[in-house]
Design a protein around this ligand. Structure first.
Ligand code: GPV
Length: 827
């Protein structure tokens, strides 16, 4: 019995492999127009994608037909960023045909790993927020929830980074220069949207006052669909990204008035809207083009949703709020709120109260930061110029809010009105997008327990008083398909054997591993895998940077955008302390460490770029200093991105999560690294707190001030000079940065960091946490010397972080916010 079923399975796999092989060759001939004898890796990769797409499109058609037939309630995720990375291996894994494809390609004389490297990352996002959106849409498909992701089809994603003499250089990212095999253009679903112009007040035959917007410009939105394949035979949803084009309608107008040259110029302007992703992570760009980007994709997406709804329900709006829920990924798409009001009131001629009731059924808002520089505000004058009708609608939303809510609750309290108004008064009036989002949404959530608590207590306390039930928490998560199964195949295979192969959709199953954490056999296997992953990464490091590192050393990894609050410079101070100890004591006893960084700095963020420069200069000095005897290596990996993360995370021993407490909303890299068996050195910030709860205090190195201590220190008047003068080692290190030791002949080149930490007041309390950080690192050094102890801690990390699957986050959203039902797809 057993024998025949295994034989059957083997036969099925053989046929699947044979069929794939045939399909790849067919596409090589008929899609790529080339031949097995001369095809490049690029052509083979494209032919394989085309073969895979045959299966993707089957799933896509079945999913869309089932959703249409069942007229399901659906989630619409609105996000300006989706950091997808590569799609190839994840589509193969989620279709369950990775091994077949690997085998088929091997039989064709090809290594699947070579083909994987052919794909450009789809980097339509900056960092955590955009990658979270990517994990979420994958989990939604896996869990069979009807959902569409909406965003912008940027021609250029996040810039490509290289270093020249240690300084960051940016080059444009043209990820689809030669076409992208995963996207489908849908000209049948083009939308037109308007911007600029003026609003006219008219009266109809009944004497009713009406507002008519006469747009100054019409722009066409062309949708590109990217199929999102759920794991293991579940739904194939879509990510729909809008590309801007000059509207034909508009151009004819200009042609008719004889302005050919002007028409060409306008053309470029319309197409500019989706040209490039703004590279600012957690800073408000405040630029006109950015506001137009936000409005462009929100308006296109709403019209798309309404078109689909009307196909079913005609002009009967009574089901809209039951069928449609829209999640705003931060405030970036908040302009969707007045846009839906405009469509309902001006176009569908609905009464204000009815329209507002619909809006309040439809929108929910996720806050991703408390940093003041990231809280979006638009100059009212700019808003008025770009969206003259929407600003009127916002005034009306605000008028009613202040009258019906604020005045009712705090009668005559003008200070409260000033604080809560969607319009900020002052030298220049501003539109507060956070306030608008809270007022217009039925739910508001933060992204980790502590963060959601701070959203309530520090950011919107009065809104909580008005609507206590509006606020909730959904702790972030990551997809274990990409972040373990696909990126760490060796560990995935071990887990299959130890806990069964259903952990990718039931991550708590990993907990079974904890029973064997002390088992020497498992420890050996687990650490041997880590060792092989480190050897692979060492080869990659050599290839990318020419630097040689020893895979036996401890790999200490900090990978995330470069920000003062994330404190890469605290990590640098630790490195300098160790280096100085070695110079002072040639026999200084430490576990050899490789310090690995990956980070892009926003092109206009001066100090962030100085920190990159300093790390590169210190790296250069230490890596070439014979006296160090390889106890320290420092590597700044160029062009950190999703596909590089997939190589670094499986090879990490230590995960650096060292933000100032209260500043990192959640973090998600922290989850990926712990899942792959790295031990966290971290502050009690964001999701680190929940990771510590799950893995236990013995299996994480916590340090630094807590949120409450940070607040108290700021309030008592923090003076960073106190720490400088009281800690001779710290003083020596900071003074070192002023010399020309790391930049021979050019003293003072690295002084920016010292300045910001002393004269600049050290806004992120680097010096306050320095001593405690070094103590935590010392503890890690001690742990690592005991191989069995370390292996146990690493295993317990992997075993204990099942909570942080994005499937759990999605189920939390479904229960607390979206109220969706899964929909089984019919073949
Ligand atoms: I606001 N985040 C981001 O990457 N970009 C942004 O513009 C904003 C927030 C991040 C937070 O910094 C992380 O703590 C969080 O884990 C991530 O969003 C996802 O919630």
């Amino acid at each position: 019995m057993k024998k025949t079923s295994t034989a059957k399975a083997a036969n099925a796999a053989n046929t699947a492999t044979e069929q794939l092989k045939e399909s790849i060759i067919k596409h090589l001939h008929s899609t790529l127009g080339t031949d097995v004898n001369k095809a490049s890796h690029q052509a083979w990769w494209r032919a394989t994608c085309a073969a895979v797409n045959e299966q993707v499109y089957d799933g896509l058609r079945n999913t869309q037909r089932t959703h249409y037939e069942q007229d399901t309630r659906a989630l619409h995720y609105f996000s300006l960023e989706y950091l997808m990375g590569r799609m190839f291996s994840n589509n193969l894994h989620n279709l369950g045909i990775y091994q077949n494809a690997k085998q088929a390609l091997a039989e064709l004389g090809l290594d699947i790993a070579d083909l994987e490297q052919q794909e450009e990352d789809m980097a339509l996002g900056n960092g955590g927020l955009g990658r979270l959106a990517a994990c979420f849409i994958e989990s939604l498909a896996t869990l069979n929830y009807p959902a569409v992701g909406y965003g912008i089809h940027y021609e250029n994603g996040l810039f490509q980074q290289s270093f020249q003499d240690g300084r960051q250089i940016e080059r444009p990212d043209s990820w689809r220069e030669y076409g992208n095999p995963w996207e489908i253009c849908r000209p049948e679903s083009v939308q037109e949207i308007a911007v600029y112009g003026y609003v006219e007040t008219v009266f109809d035959l009944q004497g009713q006052m009406k507002k008519v917007w006469h747009p100054g410009r019409i722009i066409k939105g062309v949708p590109w669909d990217i199929p999102i394949v759920g794991y293991d035979g579940s739904a194939v949803n879509v990510l729909r990204l809008w590309e801007s084009r000059a509207s034909d309608f508009f151009n004819w107008d200009v042609f008719n008035s004889g302005g050919y040259i002007d028409a060409a110029r306008e053309n470029v302007e319309a197409e500019n809207i989706s040209k490039v992703l703004y590279p600012n992570d957690e800073t408000d760009a405040g630029k006109e083009l950015r506001l137009i980007q936000q409005y462009f994709f929100c308006s296109c997406s709403l019209k798309d949703i309404i078109r689909r709804y009307k196909r079913r329900h005609g002009d009967d709006w009574s089901h809209f709020g039951k069928q449609v829920v829209i999640q705003l990924n931060d405030t970036h798409p908040a302009v969707a709120i007045p846009e839906l009001m405009r469509i309902l009131v001006d176009r569908a001629e609905m009464a204000w109260d009815d329209a507002w009731a619909i809006c309040q059924q439809v929108f929910a808002y996720t806050n991703h930061t408390l940093l003041p520089e990231a809280l979006e505000k638009w100059p009212l004058r700019l808003f008025e110029k770009v969206l003259p009708r929407h600003i009127e609608i916002i005034y009306e939303i605000n008028r009613r809010f202040l009258l019906e809510q604020v005045e009712m609750r705090w009668p005559g309290d003008d200070a409260k009105k000033r604080k809560l108004s969607i319009i900020e008064e002052g030298h220049e009036q501003m539109v507060r997008m956070g306030h608008l989002s809270v007022v217009g949404s039925f739910k508001v959530n933060g992204v980790a327990e502590i963060h959601s608590k701070l959203v309530k207590s520090d950011l919107f306390p009065e809104m909580v008083a008005l609507w206590p039930d509006k606020f909730t928490n959904v702790t972030n998560g990551v997809t274990p398909r990409r972040w373990l199964k696909a990126c760490n195949p060796r560990l995935a295979t071990l887990l299959d054997a130890k806990v069964g192969d259903d952990w990718p959709t039931d991550l708590k199953k990993l907990h079974k591993l904890a029973d064997f954490a002390k088992d020497p056999a498992l420890q050996d296997n687990f650490m041997a895998i880590k060792q092989q992953n480190k050897a692979d990464l060492a080869r990659e490091i050599k290839k990318l940077t020419r630097i040689e590192v020893d895979p036996a050393a401890l790999f200490d990894v900090q990978i995330k955008r470069l920000h003062e609050y994330k404190r890469q410079h605290l990590n640098l101070l630790h490195i300098l302390a160790l280096y100085r100890r070695i110079l002072q004591n040639p026999d200084y006893d430490m576990v050899p460490r490789v310090f690995l960084f990956g980070a892009k700095a926003a092109p206009g963020y001066k100090l962030a770029k100085e920190i990159i420069y300093a790390i590169n200069k210190v790296a250069d000095k230490i890596n070439h200093d014979k006296r160090v005897k390889n106890r320290i290596k420092v590597v700044f990996m160029p062009n950190y991105r999703v596909s590089l993360a997939e190589k670094m995370i499986p090879a990490a021993d230590v995960s650096e999560q060292i933000s100032t407490a209260g500043k990192e909303a959640s973090g998600t890299g922290n989850m990926k690294l712990a899942l792959n068996g790295a031990i966290t050195v971290g502050t009690l910030d964001g999701a680190n707190i929940e990771i510590a709860e799950e893995v236990g205090a013995d299996n994480i190195a916590i340090f630094g001030l807590t949120v409450d201590e940070v607040k108290a220190l700021y309030e008592s008047g923090y003076n960073s000079y106190d720490y400088y003068h009281n800690n001779p080692e710290l003083k020596a290190i900071l003074d070192w940065l002023e010399t020309d030791y790391f930049t021979p002949g050019k003293p003072g080149e690295l002084v920016a960091i010292k300045r910001s930490l002393l004269e600049g007041g050290d806004p992120y309390l680097v010096l306050a946490d320095f001593e405690s950080y070094l103590a935590a690192q010392q503890k890690v050094d001690t742990w690592y010397r005991d191989k069995a102890l370390w292996a146990e801690k690493a295993i317990l990390n992997t075993a204990s972080v099942g909570k942080f699957t994005s499937d759990r986050s999605i189920e939390d959203y479904v229960e607390r916010v979206w109220q969706l039902k899964p929909c089984r797809i019919k073949n």
